[in-house]
Design a binder for this molecule. Sequence first.
Ligand code: HEM
Length: 453
Amino acid sequence: MSSSLSAPSAPGPRGTWLLGMLPEFRADPIQLFSDLTRDYGDTVSFSLFNRPCMLLRHPDQIAWVLKKNHRNYGKNTRGIQKLKAILGDGLLTADGPHWRRQRRIAAPTFRPKRIGGFAATMLRAGEDMLCRWEELASREQAFDVNEEMMTVTLRIAGETLFSADVTGEARELSQALSTAMQITNKRVGRALDMPSWWPSAENRAFRAAMATLDEIVRGMIEERRRTGEAEADLLAMLIHARDEETGEGMSDAQLRDEVMTLLLAGHETTANALTWTWHLLAANPDCRAQLEAELDRVLDGRSPTLEDYSALEYTGRVIDEAMRLLPPGWLFGRAPLADDVIDGFAVPAGTLVMISSYITHRHSEFWPDPERFDPDRFLPAACEERHPFAYFPFSGGPRGCIGRGFALLELRLLVAQIAQRFRLEAVPGHPVELEQLVTLRPLHGLQMTAYAR
Ligand code: HEM
C-alpha cells in the first residue's frame, strides 16, 4: 500500500442518481454492507448523496487504517460531526493534539491495576440487581433484560469513574440517551439536515433529551466542585489536570464533554454486549450448559471475585463470541487526510472510509460457518493462528477503546455472577430486531424470563 493516485477506483454499485446508495443505507445498513461485500469483495466503493465512500472488509486493510497508517486517517467524518451534538469534543470525537492530551489524562484510570480495584463495586451492583430478580423469578415475570443491563452498567460507570450514584436518574438518563442517539442517527442518514435552530418536533425532542443529559452531568461536576471532596477517581483527575505547556486546567465545557463521553461510552456498549450475550446463550443451550458447568466447577456455589477472572475461561470465550456476532460498536468511519492506495485501489483524501466489525467478523476466510455461535473459536491456539485484525470489537491501534480492560472485567464478572444464579429464557414471540444506531441495540428491548438455578 502506497500513496500514488494513478490507481483505479474500487468496484461498486452506481446507485440512484445523486442519492447513490443512501436509500439502502438508511433502510438497513447491515443488509447493504452484506450485499456489497458479497457482490464486490473486500473493497467496495459507492456514494451516499454524492459523498464518496469505501467499505473495507479484509483484516489487512483494517490493520492498515487503524494501526499501520493511522496518522493518515482522521475522525472528522459526518457521523462524528453529528455525534458531537451529544458528546461535544470529548475523547471519542476529538482529533489531533487535543485528543492526545485528553487521552494522556484519562489513561491512568484504565491501567490494569486500577481496574482491578473496581471489581468489588461491579459485583455489588450486580448483587443488588439479582436481589430484585429473585422476586421476578418467583413469579416467572418477564422483564426487559436490556433495560436491566443499562441500569447496572450505568451505576457501575457512575460509581467507579465518578464516585457518583446515578441509579436514581438511570431510567431518565437511558431514555434521553436513546432519543438523542435515534435522532443523531436520522441526521447522519439524511441527505440534507435542517438547521438545529429550526423549531421542528425533532429538534425540540433533541434539545429536551440533551437538557436532561446535561443536567445530570453538570450536577455531578458541580457537586464535586462544591464539596471539594478529594476522591481519587477519574473525575478528580479531569478536574485537576493541567496542560503541560500552558498550565491551564480544563474549562467547564471541556469537562462536561469528557464526563458525558466517558459516562455514555462507559456503560451503553457494555450493556448491549451483556444483552446480546443473554440472547445468544438462550438460543444455544449447549453452550449455556458448558458455561454453567464451568461456573459450578470454579465457583462451587460461592460468589465470583476478581481472583476468579483467569479461571473463568469459557465465560470469557462466550463473551468474545457474542461480541463477534453482535459487536456493540459495529461501524465506524475514518476520513483520509491525504490520498492513499489500498490493495491497488485509490482512496482519495476526503473519502468516507467505513469499517464494520459486524461485517469483518463474518469474513468466511477467517470465520468458517460464520453465523454459528461457537465460543471455542476463541481457544488460545485458534486466536494465535488468526489474523489480529480479524476480530476488533474494541477497534484497535492508538484510537482503540480506552475502556477495553474495564469492559472485559465487568462483562466476565457479571456474566458469571448472573448465570451462576439465573437461567434467562427468551419470551416466545417477542421480536428480536437489530436497531443499527451508533451502537447495535435490540429495537424492541429484550424480554426474557429469569429462572432460579
Ligand atoms: C463492550 C464494551 C465496549 C465496546 C464494544 C467498546 C467499543 C469501542 C470502539 C469500537 C471504539 C472505537 C470507536 C471509533 O474508533 O470510532 C471505542 C472507543 C472508546 N471507548 Fe469503548 N467500548 C466498550 C466499553 C467502553 C468502556 C467501559 C469505556 C469507558 C469506561 C469506553 C470508552 C471509550 C472511549 C473514551 C473511546 C474513545 C477512545 C479514543 O478515541 O481515544 N468504552 N470503544
